[in-house]
Design a protein around this ligand. Structure first.
Ligand SMILES: [Zn+2]
Length: 568
């Protein structure tokens, strides 16, 4: 463990007692330390059983799909929210937080920091909170029931995507794309009101606006984030231009138009947040006969991070009523870690299982029980996503597959396709995140400005996609995440930066200066040792950037991520 407790030698404490002012200071320190310890103990006694039962109910609900399980989950969540909204508890943690410099145990001081933010988030005036929830639900409902209407007929979302993916007709694409954006007009007014309510809530808690508050609650600042994203912009602009030029040529040929004439509806995805499927090769072929579970088991145990106990508790194949997605959950922070999946033998599920099991090793399995329950979890959402993303990338590496004993019949096609898909996905996503981060900041800074114009200015600048001539529709409002997962997207991008930075550190320091492009970890227990000591064991005792520095020697930067695309 890196955070050793600072123990004052008894003699020093006794000596301090000789002087009146020292004794008062020491007493105050003992007092605040004691208060902090009591607060932490009480908090954990109250919250832990609620969180464990919420975790179990969430797991059961997703496995069974039964309403009664979802109801249990909701009840448990309401009790958690109620406990954290307590104004008496907040008053106490706020008072302790103000005196935190006097807390003699650094781990305890860190726990108070984390708890202060946890309670602060829930201190919004209940009447205002109710209005926000109602508004957000109204918008969500509009999204859920909205169907694009083309030629007077409703079109399901899957059909919209199919047209945007397959149609050779630009007119057809345009009609369907425009129809899909109509939802923006339907939610625009509600969204703008929601932004005002959110800003009001943030001001109540002492922040300039909601964007700034959300960052602060996640221990991030606008200045740091924008510096990072400006760097990322500089470092990815050229590789993105190159990748996009290649994609544009294909897209234009597919629709029989000039590259100059490409418009937003040509990019397969309604927001160009994903890579258009324009490169022919098949990444699924080697996985058709592979045993994905066995590959995961052998890979993780080979690097010294065995996951057999996780797999034994997991639910990994499709069945009726079950959630079609994938996630990993640490039920009790005492090693009961589980993965929900729906494995089918293809590349997507290989990557997804490597990802979820990556979360599973970064959990109470490898974070010491000696840490308080409050800190016995990942440092930050971006660090656990980063670890998962780092392992996920191996599903697209032929050298990894072959060394794991899976035969790749057409190596050249696999390599070319995999490299392009990987590069395009990551670059396109990074440019999309630039738009989301900057748009949301602008929207919460000033929701009265011309948001449609700001949206398209950003799309043109960062995604290099042209705005349709004379369009003045609220296209920003057609992105549901702005409503349901506000000020959140950047964490995924930062997770990718963390993945690259940790991977480069492993190549350099654990694998003796190996080339990051070909470092695949297989069978090397030192990789697991490094991950345990430098990434997992600190738990939440370190902030995300503190952990990044501890694990890699530097704060989070864009350069390792950018290096992954150089010359490709
Ligand atoms: Zn994840």
């Amino acid at each position: 463990m890196l955070c050793c407790r600072v123990l004052l030698p008894a003699a020093l404490v006794l000596a301090a007692g000789l002087f009146c002012w020292c004794s008062v200071a020491a007493l105050a320190a003992a007092d605040v330390t004691e208060r902090a310890r009591k607060f932490l103990t009480d908090h954990e006694a109250k919250l832990r059983p609620l969180e464990v039962s919420a975790g179990l109910a969430w797991w059961n609900a997703n496995v069974t799909g039964k309403d009664e399980d979802f109801k249990k989950k909701e009840d448990a969540q309401n009790k958690i929210d109620e406990a954290l909204a307590s104004s008496a508890a907040f008053k106490e943690v706020k008072a302790i937080h103000e005196e935190r410099k006097g807390i003699s145990d650094p781990i305890l001081a860190r726990a108070i920091e984390v708890l202060y933010l946890t309670y602060l988030e829930k201190q919004v005036d209940p009447a205002l909170l109710k209005k926000m929830v109602a508004k957000s639900n109204a918008v969500e409902k509009t999204f859920n029931t909205f169907r694009a209407k083309v030629d007077g007929k409703e079109m399901p979302d899957s059909e919209v995507r199919k047209v945007l993916k397959d149609s050779k007709s630009s007119d057809r694409r345009r009609a369907v794309w425009e129809a899909s954006k109509e939802v923006g007009k339907a939610v625009e007014a509600d969204l703008k009101e929601l932004v005002k309510l959110r800003n009001e809530a943030a001001k109540q808690l002492g922040y300039k606006n909601y964007h700034e508050m959300m960052l602060a609650l996640n221990e991030q600042t606008t200045a740091d984030l924008f510096k990072l994203f400006d760097d990322l912009d500089k470092l990815t602009r050229q590789p993105f231009q190159t990748a996009k030029a290649e994609i544009d040529t294909k897209l234009a040929a597919d629709c029989g138009v000039k590259v100059d004439a490409l418009m937003p509806w040509h990019y397969h995805d309604p927001f160009f947040q994903e890579s258009p499927a324009v490169f022919g090769g098949d990444l699924d072929a080697p996985y058709k006969t592979a045993d994905i579970l066995k590959l995961c088991r052998e890979f993780y145990s080979g690097i010294g991070l065995p996951i057999d106990d996780v797999l034994a508790r997991s639910d990994l194949y499709e069945k009726p009523g079950k959630s079609p997605h994938a996630f990993c959950t640490d039920i009790d922070r005492q090693g009961d870690v589980r993965v929900l999946g729906n494995i089918v033998p293809n590349e997507y599920w290989m990557g997804t299982m490597l990802h979820e099991l990556g979360h599973s090793v970064y959990s109470s399995k490898n974070i010491p029980q000696a840490l308080p329950y409050t800190l016995r979890m990942e440092s930050h959402i971006l660090t656990t996503e980063g670890v998962a993303m780092m392992f996920e990338r191996f599903s697209k590496q032929r050298a990894w597959l072959e060394k794991m004993g899976v035969k790749v019949d057409d190596p050249k096609v696999f390599d070319e396709t995999a490299a392009k898909v990987q590069r395009n996905q990551l670059l396109i996503f990074s440019r999309w995140c630039q738009v989301m981060l900057r748009f949301e900041k602008g929207m919460y800074d000033n929701s009265e400005q011309d948001l449609s114009k700001m949206w398209w200015d950003l799309v043109e600048k960062y995604q290099l996609v042209k705005r349709p001539a004379n369009r003045s529709a609220p296209d920003f409002a057609s992105k549901i995440h702005i409503v349901v997962a506000p000020v959140y997207y950047h964490n995924y991008m930062m997770g990718q930066l963390f993945a690259s930075q940790v991977h480069h550190t492993i190549a350099r320091e654990v694998l003796g200066g190996a080339d990051p492009d070909s470092a695949i970890y297989i069978g090397n227990k030192k990789v697991g040792e490094y991950m345990k000591k430098k990434v997992f064991e600190p738990g939440r005792t370190l902030t995300w950037n503190g952990l990044t520095k501890f694990a890699t020697g530097e704060e989070l930067q864009a350069k390792a991520f950018a290096a992954d695309f150089k010359g490709k």
